[in-house]
Design a protein around this ligand. Structure first.
Ligand SMILES: Nc1ncnc2c1ncn2[C@@H]1O[C@H](COP(=O)(O)OP(=O)(O)O)[C@@H](O)[C@H]1O
Ligand SMILES: [Mg+2]
Length: 237
């Protein structure tokens, strides 16, 4: 579904990701792990067109989308949920959700999607009229995920959904993401804590210094002692 080849991107004079290859098959749940500041968010932004590629290609459902505008890429079903919440704080839960549907919303289907989101996140349904700023941290994260779903993504890229959440909420957010994946959405997710994703990931890609240094199934990646030491806090550091 997604084929990234030799992707380079960065900011100003600095190259942050340097020749990334990445494949995500339809229906897969792929997790990118790696230390803070090593280019994970930059990689997602270069895929979704928020940041221009300096070289390399991004293909989505067989089409070369390198250099296309983000709106057009979203319209094809590739949706990124940014790191942090990025909600409209003074709008209601429901208004935030409906704004998520604008990019692909051609009238019909919006209310069905809203019903689907409320089914996955009943807490959002209970709070549909409440202003986003009055939600708890966990609820805001659910709203950000729900808003991403309003676009009916085929591939959902989720950047650090656990960031800043208490452990009990992390479990809840991942449980919902698992349901989203089970509903047929392909997921590419960034996470710094491998322990959060070992149950849900089909495949893991380790990014360090802007390059893929290891990729494989969860079991394969766990065979690497450096990974278990660094990302599971086992036997070192
Ligand atoms: N908007 C920006 N402008 C300039 N440099 C940036 C910007 N965003 C990130 N960087 C730099 O790019 C590098 C990779 O950042 P990022 O992709 O956010 O890492 P990660 O998501 O893995 O934590 C870091 O050195 C960071 O300081
Ligand atoms: Mg990041």
């Amino acid at each position: 579904m997604l084929e990234v080849r030799g992707l380079r991107s960065g900011y100003g004079a600095s190259t942050v990701i340097d020749g990334i290859d990445l494949d995500v098959a339809e229906g897969e749940f792929v997790v990118i792990i790696g230390p803070n500041g090593h280019g994970k968010t930059t990689l997602l932004k270069a895929i979704s067109g928020l940041l221009p590629a300096r070289s390399g290609t991004v293909r989505f459902k067989g089409e070369d989308i390198t250099g296309q505008r983000t709106e057009s890429i979203v319209g094809k079903g590739l949706v990124q949920i940014p790191q942090g919440d990025l909600l409209f704080p003074d709008m209601s839960v429901q208004e935030n959700l409906l704004l998520g549907a604008f990019t692909r919303g051609r009238g019909g289907g919006r209310s069905e999607r809203l019903a689907e989101v409320y089914e996955i996140f009943p807490r959002l349904a209970e709070r549909s009229g409440q202003r986003a700023r009055t939600l708890s941290g966990g609820e805001r994260r659910m709203l950000a995920l729900g808003r991403g779903l309003m676009t009916r993504a085929d591939l959902l890229m989720i950047d650090e959904p656990s960031l800043g959440l208490a452990p009990v909420l992390v479990d809840e957010v991942y449980e919902r993401i698992g349901r989203i994946a089970q509903s047929g959405v392909t997921v590419l997710l960034v996470e710094e804590n491998f322990a959060h994703v070992r149950e849900v990931a089909d495949r893991v890609v380790l990014v360090e210094n802007g390059s893929v240094v290891l990729a494989g199934s969860v079991a394969e990646v766990l065979e690497d002692p450096a990974v278990t030491a660094t990302y599971l806090g086992v036997g070192g550091e």
